[in-house]
Ligand binder design. Sequence first.
Ligand SMILES: [Zn+2]
Length: 481
Amino acid sequence: MIFETIIGLEIHIELNTRSKMFCACSTEFGAQPNANTCPVCLGMPGTYPVLNKEAVRLALRAARALNCRINKVSCFNRKNYFYPDLPKGYQITQFELPLCEDGFLEFESEAGNKKSGRAINHIEISRIHLEEDAGKLMHPEDQPVTLVDYNRAGVPLIEIVTRPKAIRPQAAVDFLKELKSVMEYTGVSDCRMEQGSLRCDVNISVRRKGEKELGTKVEIKNLNSFKEIHKAMEWEMQRQQELLLKGKKVMPETRRWDQIRGVTIPMRTKNGSQQYYITPEPDLPGLDLKSEIFRSYLEEPLPELRAQKNRRFMEQYNLSRYEAEILTQNKGLADYYETVVKHGAAPVDASNWILVELLRLWNPADNAEIPVSGKALAQLIKLVNEGTISRNAGKKVLDEMFETGKSPRLIIEEKGLAQISSRAEIEIIVDQVLKQNKDAVEEYKTGRTKVAGFLMGQIMKAGRGRLNPNVAREILEEKLK
Ligand SMILES: [Zn+2]
């Protein structure tokens, strides 16, 4: 490879607040168009913005989790431009003095480390600032109109800007995945990408290896799925490399990823850097974190993040990296695992049941609550381990628990799934089977001991799968001797 790719990311993340950044309107997703609006977020004359403290609290959590230097005083600006989704004619953001600067995030990636396997990589964060979201334009297919929904106008965002780095697209995606997990673990955002609460602009350029100067960068706007981000970066990297190989120039421009055709298409060219008219925001004072209201936010404890939890799970519970990674991919699932262990399940059993059985029924990506409590799953595991029911029956019981929420004991009783472990009861069945299969017993005596397997099968069948197989095998062996 004679080229290297330089990638910088601008990530917009919607903060997990109940109300908007500068008014009391709800941030709920999926409401009727324009239901969550008021004179403030519609930009009516004579209205004032009032800062949402919770947005500041969450942004500070993000800043601390991403190892940033926090500016004790930051200020708000107006980024003035005209677009129909922006009712005020400007967006309130932070420009020259952002909330925080100079952070970094470590993440694991296999990209570029074929020999050594995974390696810890790290990407520097140049700044994080607070800003408000814009509304949304809709273009109905059946009418020649454009509709505008201002429900999203004024929803609190943070924008995280990374320093450009020579990395592969795969590593950039691994970084984004780690970033998403940090935001989820700290409660900063629900990061529902399909709802647009995590969106990413990619700045990408290529240069020949060894060159000092950066190549011309192209910006790809508004990507909101890891798969598409990856594809868009790979495609754009190829396009730029081919241009350079042909001796042509890469134009500085903003492009859009066409998901259906799988190509980036130009949106607009950039003449130098894009010129926005940025002014101070006169209606909001500077954000002074030394003041009483905000000081406590800086002292809030941060939760254990995924990478730490991952390491701890491997050490404390003796899990493989694979198991620990799946369990910690979602904070809810990781907490659930620990609840099951706390209620008496062996760590390995708990992991096994969750990975094999629970994840068959519950998809972490749905962000829904697990309908079976950790305590109930621990009870079920105990009942299987004690031999009250077989592992197979245990699966059926779990299915039923998922549907009805009933306790495992109740289901076992109702469905008559309990195993028969009583020697006396099993002996009767073994005797019957041996009587019905005299030929096989004779064969066994002549040395063809393999028929024991056949006999065992007949016994389990006669017991309708409810016999404790260990007890049944023991009795059969005794009788055959
Ligand atoms: Zn409002």
